[in-house]
Design a protein around this ligand. Structure first.
Ligand SMILES: Nc1nc2c(ncn2[C@@H]2O[C@H](COP(=O)(O)OP(=O)(O)OP(=O)(O)O)[C@@H](O)[C@H]2O)c(=O)[nH]1
Ligand SMILES: [Mg+2]
Length: 715
């Protein structure tokens, strides 16, 4: 007879209610054979556990030796996280940045095509847009802001942009109370402010000031009457009053002529999106509006979605790095998005051209900007050990793998890329863009089109990745019209030749579309590719940077839309600093994924969640109050911040005052919500601006590395 083997578990039965014990406890009637098997299993589990411990320890030691600095980019969608990452790449790994140019060209082409489609969709929607309070004359061949430009030769790009935005927003609005479908206002709370003048309680909510409710809505988009004769004058001077616009007359023909853009779009999607990528049809849709209503109280209770950021727990070992580039095709206005990883890299490598090493080398001899790259590649020198590692394993595995990946990359010759050599050939998409350029130009310049966009509240200027289009395009358009129609804008664009050059490059048929230089950098920074998933970018600085030498940087870029936010939590572990981006220009905008939520309000709530998160209690926070250039343009064009942020009161409606005010608010939230005191830095940024961002990023880098060294007790 087999006697049950007593075990410690049996002994503990009576004394403990520990649920873990209950799970681990052997059955009371365990046989010696079963016991043996169990013990063997436990032994093997112990070994695995010890191996994991050893691996973690080894990694910690390696990390100490290697000095790995981790930076996490957080913020809502379109806040500028990926753009900030690109700025880091541009500044510290220029070779890798240059290598990706050919891929970015496709993204930029896609951005342009989608902006045109956005406009066409607005024009051809079945529902009529509300009539504006101010009817613009359809006879104007050029938008007002373009005519205004002709009066000045010395305006900054920001001013010009302001005019573009201004044209989009119309005149400083006549205020009306808010309808249910308008932009919700922002509640910045009554946090103790830096500013002593700040009222303690400021919870008032304003209605949507942009809504100009007009009782007499038309049932159709009314196209003006026209005759063929009048069309030919569409691009003539402003003296022709009440004449139909070129596009309103030609819309059907124009749409037909622009049809090849659809084909070009599908070519680009095929290039960027891997085959069998079904995610295209699975992009998390916007949550129903009822899921989240912004709260306006000031308790510590956070809205539901926000709480999920803090409470969602994912085992650190189960972090996943997504590995595909995806496109949305179901909804015309959905965004193309990127899942960083193999396919993104794959698309890059598909775009690469193989050249014999001698050719690469000779190219390097004649091109000083790429000589370092090529010689580094061929020598396998570690000085350029830059790579974008988007791993597809668990986090710890990814970390340990990452170190070796970097080492591997530093030894492996990097293939010459077309983007680097300037030898890329014109592509089919470029030919389509080139063929359609005049029609695209007419479309964008047309006042009737502007009017409909305004009425439909389609703000193309603010659309993702689109601000490269309007400015460049309208400059080009104007010059085109100057030449074609003898409509003179004498010197208005002298100072903007860079934009003209960019547009020529973007739509021209040339062998090298992105020559090295400022234009390429600006284009890439302004391109828009939504992030879905999480990517970790690992690099060592190509450019020696004092204390940084030998430090491996890991910057984690996350998708910022609400459905993506639960994926952030696993990355809160082991991070040196967080850059939180709050796009403060969004005070009069709503989230794409939930049109009941004001973007600024969402940023404030997210910021509270990040500040109060216990996992991040000891992590230094860097706040980028971003998109200040757009904020400035909006304020200058007459959009009132106080109309959306009641607590702003009667302060001056300018960038300086608004920036200081918002900064003090965010800073007060940080103080109030942080579990314990910590370092906090705030900057007003426009991360697409290379000049100002370079200085800010250098400060952040110094600050992060100093803090890292302090924590590692090396300073
Ligand atoms: N004018 C201007 N545009 C900006 C600024 N920062 C970012 N953008 C643009 O805004 C768009 C969105 O920026 P991204 O960096 O893709 O935003 P993101 O936070 O990564 O967004 P997700 O990937 O959706 O989370 C891009 O087209 C950028 O060029 C800024 O400071 N000024
Ligand atoms: Mg992104």
């Amino acid at each position: 007879m087999v006697m049950p083997v007593p075990s410690r578990y049996n002994r503990r039965t009576a004394t403990t209610d520990d649920p873990l014990d209950a799970v681990l406890r052997p059955p009371p009637d365990e046989t010696p054979e079963q016991r043996q098997i169990r013990l063997a299993r436990e032994e093997s589990a112990r070994k695995v556990s010890a191996a994991i411990d050893a691996e973690i320890k080894a990694e910690r030691q390696a990390r100490k030796k290697k000095r790995i600095v981790r930076l996490l980019l957080l913020g809502q969608s379109e806040s500028g996280k990926s753009t900030t990452l690109r700025q880091f790449q541009r500044l510290y790994t220029p070779t890798a940045f240059r290598e990706e140019r050919i891929l970015w060209r496709a993204v930029i082409q896609l951005n342009i095509i989608r902006s045109i489609h956005t406009i066409l969709e607005a024009l051809t929607q079945s529902q009529p847009p509300p009539m504006p309070q101010h009817h613009h004359s359809y006879s104007q061949p050029l938008p007002n802001h373009m005519r205004n430009l002709s009066q000045s030769t010395s305006r900054s790009p920001a001013q010009l942009y302001s005019q573009t935005v201004s044209a989009s927003y119309g005149p400083p609005p006549h205020r009306a109370r808010q309808p249910s479908n308008s932009v919700p206002p922002v509640d910045l709370g009554s946090h103790e402010s830096d500013n002593e003048q700040e009222p303690a309680s400021d919870l008032d909510i304003y209605s949507d000031p942009l809504n100009t409710s007009n009782p007499s809505l038309p049932t159709r988009i009314s196209r003006p009457q026209y005759s063929d004769a009048s069309c030919s004058n569409a691009a003539a001077g402003p003296s022709h009053s009440r004449r139909p616009s070129y596009v309103s007359v030609q819309l059907d023909a124009l749409v037909a002529r622009l049809a090849p853009l659809r084909h070009a779009e599908s070519l680009l999607i095929a290039k960027l999106v891997p085959p069998n990528e079904d995610e295209a049809t699975q992009l998390p849709s916007a949550q129903p509006a009822s899921n989240f209503q912004p709260t306006h109280n000031h308790s510590n209770s956070l809205p539901q979605y926000q709480s999920s950021i803090i409470s969602t727990h994912t085992d650190i070992t189960s972090r996943t790095y997504n590995t595909t580039v995806s496109a949305t095709t179901k909804q015309a206005r959905q965004e193309i998005f990127v899942r960083p990883g193999m396919h993104w890299k794959g698309a890059l490598s598909r775009a690469r051209v193989s050249y014999p090493s001698t050719l690469s080398y000779s190219t390097s001899m004649s091109n000083s900007s790429s000589s370092n790259t090529v010689s580094n590649d061929h020598n396998g020198s570690a000085t350029s050990s830059t790579t974008q590692e988007m791993t597809s394993s668990g986090a710890d595995g990814a970390r340990s793998k990452g170190v070796s990946s970097v080492a591997r990359h530093s030894l492996r010759p990097r293939p010459s890329s077309a983007g680097n050599t300037g030898l890329e050939t014109p592509d089919e998409v470029q030919e389509v863009l080139h063929a359609c350029r005049a029609d695209m130009m007419y479309l964008w310049a047309d006042e009737w089109v502007r009017d409909i966009l305004r009425r439909r509240k389609v703000r193309v200027e603010e659309g993702p990745g689109l601000d490269i289009v309007p400015l460049s395009l309208f400059v080009f358009i104007t010059l085109f019209l100057c030449a074609a129609c003898h409509y003179t804008f004498p010197c208005a664009y002298r100072g903007l030749s860079i934009y003209l050059n960019e547009l020529e490059r973007v739509t021209a048929l040339r062998r090298s579309i992105f020559p090295s230089g400022l234009g390429f950098v600006d284009d890439v920074l302004k391109a828009r590719l939504k992030t879905v998933g999480v990517s970790e970018y690992k690099f060592e600085m190509e450019i020696p940077a004092g204390r940084d030498t030998g430090t491996e940087w890991r910057i984690v870029d996350v998708g910022g839309s609400r459905s993506q936010r639960p994926t952030w939590v696993p990355f809160f572990d082991d991070v040196d600093a967080i850059i939180f981006l709050a796009p403060i220009s969004g005070f009069d905008q709503v989230l794409a994924e939930d049109r009941t939520v004001n973007r600024l309000e969402d940023s404030v709530l997210l910021w509270k969640a990040v500040c109060s998160n216990k996992l991040l209690a000891s992590v230094d926070l860097v706040l980028f109050l971003n998109k200040c250039d757009i904020l400035e343009a909006k304020l200058n064009s007459g959009v009132s911040l106080a109309k959306y942020v009641r607590s702003y009161g009667d302060r001056a409606n300018d960038l300086d005052t608004a920036g200081k005010y918002l900064r003090s608010k965010f800073s007060a939230i940080h103080r109030e919500y942080s579990p314990s005191p910590r370092k906090f830095y705030a900057f007003c940024t426009s991360v697409t601006d290379t000049a100002t961002t370079a200085g800010i990023i250098a400060s952040v880098r110094d600050m992060v590395i100093r803090q890292h060294l302090k924590q590692s007790k090396l300073l």
